[in-house]
Design a protein around this ligand. Structure first.
Ligand SMILES: [Zn+2]
Length: 423
């Protein structure tokens, strides 16, 4: 299987832009990466859920990306990702996206036709017994019972991914888009051996996968640092990379198939491990930085002072008042200690400096408040409801906001992950 048409580059970064105002500032970070010696291709991602919460259409993501590319004379590839779509939600993305993150997390563990499990197990006798994976010192034993168990758990999800893939293919034509399968929004991490078996099943389904997003061990909460065992993550990632390379050789998946790391923003403590694993395995990666650009907008507004700071405080007060409903859809990817949330009356007295230092993710700062940050992270709906009031202030303070957006993406993310230099 080849991805003969649209072929995602080795390094790419998923940039979320909730309000479609920062594409240029985000692209500027890729321009800086290029100047520093590494090509990182931007992929503007926005999920159906975000479009619904904001009241936007996928065509606005495409328009913002196209405009930024034109303004900065970007001549390298760029894409628009229909993030976390399924059979019900893919339709509205067919015209304007060329990258599809097919989310099948909900299908993990669902029952499927016993005969398809049986066919899969019989077809893959090479997966039973001692498995040697190039680049991994230990060898592994897969028992028939383990293969059956993994197939029973994941086959329904992979079949669903195949159904969504074929729906996109029939609308867009083979080779005209990038396919990713995501399984990250679930409770239990997939092991590298499970990943290998999942990839064998994806190849059987005929999905020309270019990226796959497993759930890693540890917590990848939205907009804050990794919580878990960093050395275990490092081993797991290297093993995942080896399993992917093995699956490419064994099952003929596209040669550029790579890992996609979701909720990848702000995972500062694992970036050195990611960088060294990529180097060691000569592998690529797609890092989704998702929604933290919106936090840089709030930081920029607060830094601007005056009306900007007042609006940032108002958004916080509203988010605080509606914290339960805002957090609910993101429960598995946030960890807020409500006792650490400042009362809105207290936050209202803060200076620009106090507000931005509580919000800005600087782990070395005593003023940084991860609960405050996470609540605002999921609070973009409040700003969406403000409509023009919010967007007009974004435009009025574009310079200070853009500076924060570009710096955050380039210095805190692209540099440590792709260039391997300290933030
Ligand atoms: Zn995700």
């Amino acid at each position: 299987m080849t991805s003969g048409g649209v072929r995602l580059d080795k390094f790419s970064v998923g940039v979320g832009d909730r309000f479609a105002h920062q594409a240029k500032a985000q692209l500027e970070a890729c321009v800086r990466a290029s100047r520093a010696g590494v090509e990182v291709v931007p992929v503007w991602n926005k999920s159906n859920r975000e479009h619904n919460l904001i009241g936007s259409e996928p065509s606005s993501t495409r328009a913002a990306a196209d405009a930024a590319v034109k303004a900065l004379h970007w001549t390298k590839p760029y894409y628009c990702d229909a993030d976390h779509i399924n059979l019900q939600t893919v339709g509205r993305f067919l015209a304007s996206s060329d990258f599809y993150t097919i989310d099948v997390s909900d299908f993990i563990g669902r029952k499927t036709d016993p005969s398809s499990i049986d066919t899969f197990v019989r077809r893959h006798s090479e997966l039973v017994g001692e498995i040697k994976i190039e680049g991994v010192e230990e060898s592994f034993e897969i028992t028939p019972a383990f293969l059956l168990q993994v197939a029973s758990k994941f086959l329904s999800a992979v079949e669903q991914a195949g159904a969504v893939y074929r729906r996109i293919e029939s609308a867009k034509g083979k080779d005209n888009f990038i396919s990713e399968v995501s399984m990250d929004e679930t409770d239990i991490a997939q092991t590298p051996l499970e990943l290998l078996i999942i990839l064998a099943a994806a190849a059987d389904e005929g999905i020309p996968l270019q990226t796959i997003a497993p759930k890693f061990s540890g917590r990848f909460n939205k907009g804050v640092d990794y919580a878990g065992d960093v050395s275990q993550f490092a081993r797991e990632m290297e093993f995942d990379l080896a399993a992917i390379a093995h699956a490419v050789r064994q099952y003929g998946l596209p040669g550029n198939l790579k890992l996609s790391i979701h909720s990848g923003s702000d995972k500062f403590s694992v970036y050195p491990a990611i960088h060294s694993a990529l180097k060691k395995c000569n592998a690529g990666v797609h890092l989704k930085t998702a929604g933290t650009t919106w936090l840089e907008e709030i930081i920029g507004l607060a830094e601007a002072g005056g009306e900007g700071l007042a609006l940032a405080k108002e958004i916080y007060a509203e988010a605080y008042a509606h914290r339960e409903e805002l957090c609910h859809p993101y429960a598995s990817v946030i960890d807020i200690d409500t006792h650490k949330l400042p009362a809105p009356a207290e936050a209202r007295r803060w200076s620009s400096e106090e507000f931005t230092s509580a919000l800005r993710h600087d782990p070395s700062s005593d003023s940084y408040n991860s609960s405050f940050r996470q609540l605002l992270h999921v609070g973009f709906k409040i700003a969406a409801q403000m409509g023009c009031r919010y967007l007009d202030l974004l435009e009025a303070n574009q310079e200070v906001i853009a500076k924060n957006v570009t710096y955050n993406l380039y210095a805190r993310h692209i540099r440590p992950v792709f260039l391997g230099t300290a933030r």
